[in-house]
Design a protein around this ligand. Structure first.
Ligand code: NAD
Length: 325
């Protein structure tokens, strides 16, 4: 018989963990059992604010739950996730999955062996602006992604490539499903001991090229994606939630069509600004986790997807470090 409700706990209730608590309290089929955080002062605040039990130990919480959401710093993901999987419970872990590929592989194997869900919080995969492209046949040949943010101490436990660029590497690998050919990367450490600004030029075996820039030392937040392919060009603003699509000779019903002539033939550029769906990606991702546990859906980003993005991020960071040594 199918289970109706799944009992969930949240480990790590800092900045992002609070939002996990907020959503898991009200998502259908999720029963939020409690929280655990090494910082008991913070846990007490969240416990009072949301009326959830604050557990004294991680294991006590895990024992009472079917699944746990891990929202702690990267370094702790592997150990906590492994413990939960060994208890036979499902795991949602924030990105990056782990600090290294070996640990990620171990978690993937463990989840497969125990038939458990291992899902990773690569939330940008369901950014509403990106999803606006799902009606188009995409085969991008040139991709540009920029993700810049003002400095914040959160996330500086890892290099910018593992904190910010990894979102775009996951998006990239979901768009281009061809093996990698070559990677060139440069970067700089400015405020922290690890790389704070990075640029990678990634080429794939189908000759697609991607230029990705990430920085955590910027004046303002910018998150932009540009895709170019034969007869189609689009720009996305992942922060503001907008998409603009230009197509050549399309039969789209947009009424903005600009004629142009090429080699004596009349052609048109069609401009479309799709309506972006209004939803909260974190809530959507957590709902997908619950539905995946229930066997109704597949995780949007599973352990393997997350491991692949991590492997690429680590490769890029190593290339940068080689040049900056
Ligand atoms: P944070 O520092 O605000 O919160 C982390 C919390 O974890 C703190 O309260 C800390 O006391 C607690 N903690 C640390 N080690 C612990 C342990 N071993 N057991 C229990 N609690 C522990 O950090 P944050 O910004 O909330 O980030 C947490 C995670 O979320 C990171 O992995 C980060 O990469 C990820 N994150 C993802 C996104 C996204 O867009 N998907 C955005 C922000 C952060």
């Amino acid at each position: 018989m199918k289970q109706n409700n799944f009992s969930i706990g949240v480990i790590g209730v800092g900045h992002l963990g609070e939002y996990h608590v907020k959503h898991l309290k009200t998502i259908e089929k999720s029963k939020l059992i409690g929280i655990f955080d090494l910082n008991n002062k913070r846990a007490s605040i969240i416990s009072k604010r949301y009326g959830v039990d604050n557990f004294n130990s991680q294991s006590e919480l895990i024992e009472k739950c079917d699944a746990i959401s891990i929202v702690t710093p990267t370094e702790s993901h592997y150990k906590i996730a492994k413990t939960i999987l060994k208890y036979g419970k499902h795991v949602f872990v924030e990105k990056p999955i782990t600090a290294n590929v070996r640990d990620a592989n171990e978690l993937i194997d463990l989840a497969i062996k125990r038939r458990l869900i291992l899902q990773v919080g690569h939330i940008e995969r369901i950014n509403p602006a990106l999803l606006a492209l799902s009606d188009y046949k995409l085969d991008p040949k040139y991709i540009e992604i920029q993700r810049l943010a003002p400095y914040s101490v959160r996330g500086t436990d890892v290099p910018v490539v593992l904190d910010k660029m990894i979102h775009d590497l996951d998006i990239l690998l979901s768009l281009v499903k061809t093996p990698l050919k070559e990677i060139h990367a440069d970067g700089l450490s400015i405020l922290t001991e690890s790389i704070d600004m990075a640029h990678a030029r990634i080429s794939f075996q189908n000759n697609t090229i991607a230029n990705i820039t990430s920085s955590r030392i910027a004046k303002e937040d910018i998150r932009k994606v540009k895709l170019f392919q034969k007869n189609l060009y689009c720009t996305l603003d992942l922060l503001k939630g907008s998409a603009e699509i230009y197509e050549i000779d399309s039969n789209s019903n947009s009424n903005i069509k600009v004629p142009f002539e090429y080699k004596g033939k009349q052609k048109t550029i069609t401009y479309t600004k799709p309506i972006i769906k209004d939803f909260d990606p974190l809530r959507q991702e957590l709902k997908n986790f619950i539905n995946s546990i229930a066997g109704k859906e597949k995780p949007i980003v599973d352990g393997i997807n997350a491991r692949n993005a991590l492997a690429l991020a680590i490769k890029i960071n190593k290339l940068i470090l080689k040049k900056t040594d």
